[in-house]
Design a protein around this ligand. Structure first.
Ligand SMILES: NC(=O)c1ccc[n+]([C@@H]2O[C@H](COP(=O)([O-])OP(=O)(O)OC[C@H]3O[C@@H](n4cnc5c(N)ncnc54)[C@H](O)[C@@H]3O)[C@@H](O)[C@H]2O)c1
Ligand SMILES: [Zn+2]
Ligand SMILES: [Zn+2]
Length: 380
């Protein structure tokens, strides 16, 4: 038993009180974990676009006050009733989507879209009792995607925690909690490029560059990176991309440019922009006969995908992926081991570091499109 098990823990958290306003670091009370829940001490967290979108709350249901954060690494402080696969002291990665192990998705080898613990951005409470574990002077503070890692302690459903190698440096592997695994898995688990093949990556943000890292690991020989922001090409140089295409430099559809460059089309493509035209281009630029396109980006809710059915009849395949098709608890530990075995490079994604007290600066970097990932240390 840890000395704090069963007790309310007062600690610091970065609370978002209003959309788009700086987070306020203040004391919150964190209740003990209930049935199937785990309380963790967050060691490192990073900021991902999804935090930013919901903090800005432009177009999404605003839910405040709220504690954001979903890319992180931490240590189990205490466990609730019924938790048997995690113990005090275990090193874990929280994940915004979960794996209950019992539903038909969890039982299917092909799906990671757990019925019980699938991402829910509108819910600000825990499933067990429909209440929050965070409060300030009795006022409940909403959770975010079941993780809320911008807090020194947080309570998470045990199905949303992957137990990892305790030797893995948490200030690095924390970025595997969301964006990097998504892009990596989109290539390795879904696009599956063959050694020596060609692949086009649309969008060179952290997710697209993680898809490129997957292509490097798979041994693709031509990795074509497409973006409209030249600023992105500088950063992308470290990622094994062999050719850059600025979509703004061309006055014809980019799929035609790629098809011409590759004598008929690429073997695989991965779309990581969220832009509907890029999604269509990503599909139409793959080679007929065998090409596979994978959509990762989240489009605006009214976007419609239009292409001529003949493009499919000509034996091209269109796929989509959620969290790179990784099952969080089953698969993430081995992604951490890929890093430990030096197969996967993570350091190149980490462009900034900040102490928790300066977390608002991480929002500024992201708003300005500066860098890829900023690691926030909870203990500095
Ligand atoms: N499917 C999933 O499970 C999942 C998980 C995480 C993120 N995502 C989505 O992945 C996408 C990428 O995330 P990110 O964090 O890397 O974002 P990001 O904003 O850092 O990167 C997107 C890149 O796409 C480029 N881009 C946008 N529109 C373009 C266009 N029309 N033409 C050319 N380039 C264009 C931008 O310049 C930018 O460099 C987002 O849509 C995000 O919501 C999906
Ligand atoms: Zn499930
Ligand atoms: Zn994320």
């Amino acid at each position: 038993m840890s000395s704090t098990a069963g007790l309310v823990i007062p600690c610091k958290a970065a609370v978002a009180w209003e959309a788009g306003k700086p987070l306020v670091i203040q004391q919150v009370e964190v209740a003990p974990p209930q049935t199937m829940e785990v309380r963790i001490k967050v060691k490192y967290t990073s900021l991902c676009h999804t935090d930013l979108y919901f903090w800005e709350a432009k177009g999404q249901t605003p839910l405040f006050p709220r504690i954001f954060g979903h890319e992180a690494a931490g240590i189990v402080e205490s466990v609730g009733e019924g938790v048997t696969d995690l113990q005090i002291g275990d090193h874990v990665l929280p994940v915004f989507t979960g794996e209950c192990g019992d539903c038909k998705h969890c039982k299917s080898e092909e799906s990671n879209m757990c019925n019980l613990l699938r991402i829910n951005t509108d819910r600000g409470v825990m499933l067990n009792d429909g209440k929050s574990r965070f409060s300030i002077n009795g006022t409940p503070i909403n959770h975010f995607v079941g993780t809320s890692t911008f807090s020194e302690y947080t309570v998470i459903h045990s199905g949303c925690l992957a137990k990892i190698n305790p030797l893995a440096p948490m200030d690095k592997v924390c970025i595997l909690s969301c964006g990097i695994s998504t892009g990596l898995g989109a290539t390795l688990n879904v696009a599956k490029p063959k050694r020596g093949s060609s692949i086009a990556i649309f969008g060179l943000g952290a997710v697209g560059l993680a898809a490129a890292e997957g292509a490097r690991i798979a041994g693709a020989s031509r990795i074509i990176g497409i973006d409209r922001s030249p600023k992105r090409f500088k950063e992308a140089e470290k990622f094994g991309i062999t050719e850059f295409v600025n979509s703004e430099d061309h006055d014809r559809p980019i799929q035609e440019v790629i098809a011409e460059m590759t004598n008929g089309g690429v073997d695989r493509s991965v779309e990581c922009t969220g832009n509907i035209d890029c999604m269509i281009a990503a599909f139409e630029c793959v080679h007929d006969g065998w090409g596979v396109a994978v959509l990762v980006g989240v489009p605006s809710k009214d976007a419609v995908f239009m292409t001529k059915p003949i493009n499919m009849l000509n034996e091209r395949t269109l796929k989509g992926t959620f969290f790179g098709n990784y099952k969080p608890r089953t698969d993430l530990p081995s992604v951490v081991d890929m890093y430990m075995n030096k197969e996967l490079e993570l350091d190149k994604f980490i462009t900034h570091r900040l102490p928790f007290s300066e977390i608002n600066k991480a929002f500024d970097y992201m708003l300005k499109g500066e860098g890829l990932r900023c690691i926030i240390s909870m203990e500095e």
